[in-house]
Design a protein around this ligand. Structure first.
Ligand SMILES: Cc1cc2nc3c(=O)[nH]c(=O)nc-3n(C[C@H](O)[C@H](O)[C@H](O)COP(=O)(O)OP(=O)(O)OC[C@H]3O[C@@H](n4cnc5c(N)ncnc54)[C@H](O)[C@@H]3O)c2cc1C
Length: 384
């Protein structure tokens, strides 16, 4: 069993870390200021410039196949890079990637949707959740009715990340007797969006489809096979959620350690009190556990193994861990942790989402328990 990275992998990790420290973290005060004044954290031209710098350093399309101009670094390196990016709350990603299910498109769909998304010219969103169907995603009500060579979509979607900015949506609707089907729908075909204010900074949107006409050739994948496609979108990258959270938790824990060493109370630095030390120790134990569960899930994907069970475990554990760590870090900072002078409260609000989206804690537990009860997963195995 070898837990080490190759020299090349270490070099990539270190280059990303130094890029994040030198180019991205210095933007944090600006991001906080913008967000607190109700503007997006990064102005589009600042983001473009940052992406261009990243591209020059070779960080473009980390997980994108080489035939589409990506670096194809694979699941383990993608998870490690997500940990590095997670160290900052600046809303930044290296770019050059597209939703995994867009690769299921026809050649023509790839030209119109996949490639422009990779190039950053188009923005997508993924819409399955409805006001009456969240965890119970099989219960969606949006309908698509055939009319000659077109489908007419009616329905409402909610909590759609990027739904306000996207110029096309991968929307899931019931296509008559065929069942759930995914359609690629351009905004100018007639759907509308409305932002939903949330406690976090990345507000989702509600989308309305009223007699939106979509040509038959815009079905993504097969007619009636949309649910499988939706699960593929969610399932394949699930380990990336805890990966990012690990970076955030490590950065915050370091802030707490640094603060504990300088903050004095009752004649001593608070780092000398066992109450504080235990919070620090418990946090590191939980971060390390999350790290190896996440890397294990990524490793299974890299080996072409079924990673669903491992990914559910990693996602549940990572989401809970991040929330426990940010709560302790806020506690260690006392009143300062609760102020907007520090980014802890921002992280606190953002990380709360991890326990809700892409399968709530309860749904992950349900999946894990059902896999064991039905015998899809077994206890006592190592890497099998
Ligand atoms: C900021 C944000 C971004 C999002 N982005 C997207 C997106 O891009 N695309 C998209 O399609 N969706 C998106 N979602 C939707 C998200 O996936 C759902 O909110 C989530 O799946 C939960 O569904 P729900 O909100 O309807 O809660 P519900 O399903 O109503 O759940 C309410 C509570 O009941 C629990 N519960 C439900 N069923 C069970 C059960 N069988 N057993 C035990 N407990 C249960 C849940 O765990 C939860 O605690 C986003 C949500 C948010 C908040």
């Amino acid at each position: 069993m070898d837990f080490s990275l190759t020299a090349e992998e270490r070099q990539i990790r270190d280059t990303v870390r130094s890029f994040v420290e030198k180019e991205v973290m210095p933007l944090e005060p600006e991001v906080l200021r913008n967000e607190r004044e109700g503007r997006p954290g990064l102005e589009p031209d600042v983001l473009r410039e940052l992406r261009a710098k990243a591209r020059k350093s070779g960080f473009w399309g980390i997980n994108t196949p080489e035939e589409y101009g990506g670096a194809a670094l694979g699941p383990i390196m993608s998870a490690i890079i997500a940990m590095e990016i997670g160290r900052t709350f600046v809303p930044f990603s290296f770019g050059g990637s597209a939703d995994n299910i867009l690769y299921a498109g026809t050649d023509e769909q790839k030209q119109r949707y996949l490639i422009p998304t990779i190039e950053g010219e188009r923005r997508s969103c993924f819409a399955i959740t409805e006001p009456g169907a969240g965890s119970d995603a099989r219960n969606i009500r949006a309908r698509a009715t055939r009319d000659g060579n077109e489908w007419i979509i009616n329905g409402e979607k909610t909590f759609i990340t990027g739904g306000n900015e996207a110029d096309f949506v991968m929307v899931f609707a019931l296509a008559e007797e065929h069942g759930v089907t995914c359609f690629l729908v351009d905004r100018d075909m007639g759907w509308t969006s409305e932002p939903i204010p949330t406690m976090g900074q990345w507000g989702p949107a509600s989308l309305v489809f009223q007699d939106v006409r979509v040509p038959e050739e815009n079905i993504l994948g097969e007619l009636g096979k949309g649910f499988e496609l939706a699960m593929q979108w969610i399932g394949q990258g699930r380990y990336m959620i805890p990966a990012r959270a690990i970076g955030s938790a490590e950065r915050m824990l370091q802030m707490a350690v640094d603060y504990a060493k300088i903050r004095k109370s009752m004649g001593r630095t608070i780092s000398e009190y066992q109450a504080i030390q235990w919070m620090i120790a418990d946090s590191q134990v939980e971060i390390e556990a999350a790290k190896w569960l996440t890397l294990y899930a990524a490793w299974r994907v890299s080996q072409g193994m079924d990673a669903r069970h491992a990914s559910s475990i990693a996602k549940l554990n990572g989401a809970v861990m991040a929330n426990q760590v940010v709560d302790r870090v806020l506690q260690i900072h006392g009143g300062m942790g609760y102020t907007k002078e520090l980014p802890v409260e921002r992280w606190y609000r953002e990380l709360r989402l991890l326990r809700i989206f892409e399968g709530t804690d309860e749904i992950q537990r349900r999946t894990i328990a059902r896999n064991l009860i039905k015998g899809h997963a077994k206890l006592g195995l190592i890497g099998e």
